[in-house]
Design a protein around this ligand. Structure first.
Ligand code: PMP
Length: 470
């Protein structure tokens, strides 16, 4: 008898895997390959930065679930808040001139935490829905401003903004656009601010200005009067932790201001402390008009997302917008909002955002500088509590001189396998290995994680030698 048990239960892993393979379609998964590899790992329990699978193996979760479990696993306070709210009022909608207590309190909290001038929030259940909301809100704004020809939203190649039709169109993932006729009309992409990819022969500062300049070129090509907004992640997450040079975002801001274009920060990953500020735009030095958020707002305990709306947009939508014909059954879901309130209380009480900035972010940087000495690692980059390592075939001391592996050899995936089998979860984006650990990680746990990563890099190197790839 299989049950959704607690961590104490003994699991029949083989049976669970078999049923999963038989009935469960996973996101972003090649199911034939998954079956061939014996099915999915079954996760059963978490505590702090650690996970346990159904075979009882303890694993460091270097990815915070999917960049979201900011306060770590096992927070009974969030479970209690959710339970209490479920008993009081599990659901009511926010459509017909009604609201609920957690939604009100959370909206007020978010207005307090957000950068100045952000006084309103629209709730969704995910980051994808938040970005779909952004598209509709931005276009509605320009309609109301009597500039309906301002339709085009500019995004970036290799950006990730979600998987719904509009969010996947905003995203710049070629593999996603190739399936299902994307992007939808009115969305264009410029290059990403990847110094490794396109900064050869320049300083990082020069490259930041140049990469931001691609926005101005695109605006001029389209005609400024056609452009509604620019959207970007402060640090691109799913694209491979692309950390822009410090000159990039201020220059993007200057260009958006110059042409009156709305600036949207997708903070689904960077928000709620990941970059050592409540919102990543604060670290990167820009003031967006809209902020999309999800993930860290509840630490993933219950799905919740939304769009924070600054005065510039809110004054138009709220004061003279009439009906905004948009919304979700679960907009302002009381249980999700209750989880968020408790999550934010924990982030504040334990000063986790400050801890990332002052303590664990710098410690992760030092630990990754150590990992950069490994023969397989071309370079290491960190920004507060996100970090990445490039696996290279020949290391030559500069990002532009290192020799990469062939894509077909899927070296990142080989490395990820060794990590997972040896108790640490890293994500592979091509041959770039990524971590974004829970914000509760301690300095000692960062050292523990780095030691395991080093050992797994050794295993990977031996494996690659055996395969004749190095
Ligand atoms: N934006 C960014 C920056 C993301 O990283 C993600 C998810 N990884 C999304 C949007 C989409 O969020 P969701 O999966 O909750 O729809």
């Amino acid at each position: 008898e299989l049950q959704a048990g607690t961590g104490a239960t003994v699991y029949d892993t083989a049976a669970l895997k078999q049923l999963d393979t038989a009935h469960h379609l996973h996101p972003f998964t090649d199911h034939a390959l998954l079956r061939q590899r014996g099915g999915a790992r079954v996760m059963v329990r978490g505590d702090g930065i650690y996970l346990w699978d159904s075979d009882g193996r303890k694993i460091i979760d270097g990815m915070s679930g999917l960049w979201c479990v900011n306060v770590g696993y096992g927070r009974t306070g969030i479970a209690d808040a959710v339970y209490a709210q479920m008993q009081a009022l599990p659901f009511y909608n926010s459509f017909f001139n009604t609201t609920n207590v957690p939604a009100v309190l959370l909206a007020e909290q978010l207005a307090q935490l957000a950068p100045p001038k952000f006084g309103h929030v629209f709730f969704t259940s995910s980051g994808s829905e938040a970005n779909d909301t952004v598209v509709r809100m931005v276009r509605r704004y320009w309609d109301l401003m009597e500039q309906p020809q301002r339709q085009v939203i500019i995004s970036r190649r290799n950006a990730y903004h979600g998987s719904t039709m509009a969010a996947a169109s905003l995203g710049g993932m070629a593999g996603m656009h190739a399936q299902g006729g994307l992007p939808i009309p009115g969305i264009v992409h410029i290059g990403q601010p990847s110094y490794a990819e396109a900064g050869q022969g320049m300083s990082e500062a020069e490259f930041g200005i140049k990469a931001a300049g691609w926005l101005e070129e695109q605006i001029l090509e389209l005609g400024a009067g056609q452009v509604a907004a620019f959207i970007g992640e402060p640090v691109q997450g799913a694209g491979g932790v692309i950390i822009p040079p410090p000159t990039y975002w201020p220059e993007i801001q200057r260009i958006c201001d110059k042409y009156g274009i709305l600036l949207v920060s997708d903070e689904v990953i960077c928000g709620f402390g990941r970059l050592g500020r409540w919102f990543g735009c604060e670290l990167m030095g820009f003031q967006p008009d809209l902020i999309a958020f999800a993930k860290g707002v509840t630490s993933g305990y219950v799905p919740l997302g939304g769009v924070l709306v600054s005065a510039r947009v809110a004054e138009v939508l709220v004061e003279r917008g009439g009906d905004f014909n948009h919304g979700f059954t679960y907009s302002g879901h009381p249980v999700a909002c209750a989880a968020a309130l408790e999550n934010i209380r924990i982030l504040r009480e334990e000063k986790l955002v400050e801890k990332v900035a002052a303590e664990t972010g710098p410690h992760l940087k030092a630990a990754f500088a150590g990992l950069a000495l490994h023969p397989l690692v071309g370079q290491a980059e960190t920004c507060a509590l996100v970090a990445a390592l490039d696996l290279v075939r020949v290391k030559r001391g500069s990002v532009h001189a290192n020799e990469r592996f062939a894509a077909k050899d899927a070296v990142g995936m080989i490395c990820r396998g060794h990590m997972f089998d040896n108790g640490v979860i890293m994500r592979a984006v091509g041959d770039r290995m990524i971590v974004a650990p829970p914000l509760v990680i301690t300095r000692q746990q960062i050292d523990e994680m780095a030691e395991r990563i080093w050992a797994c890099l050794d295993l990977t190197l031996n494996d690659l030698k055996a395969r004749g790839l190095v």
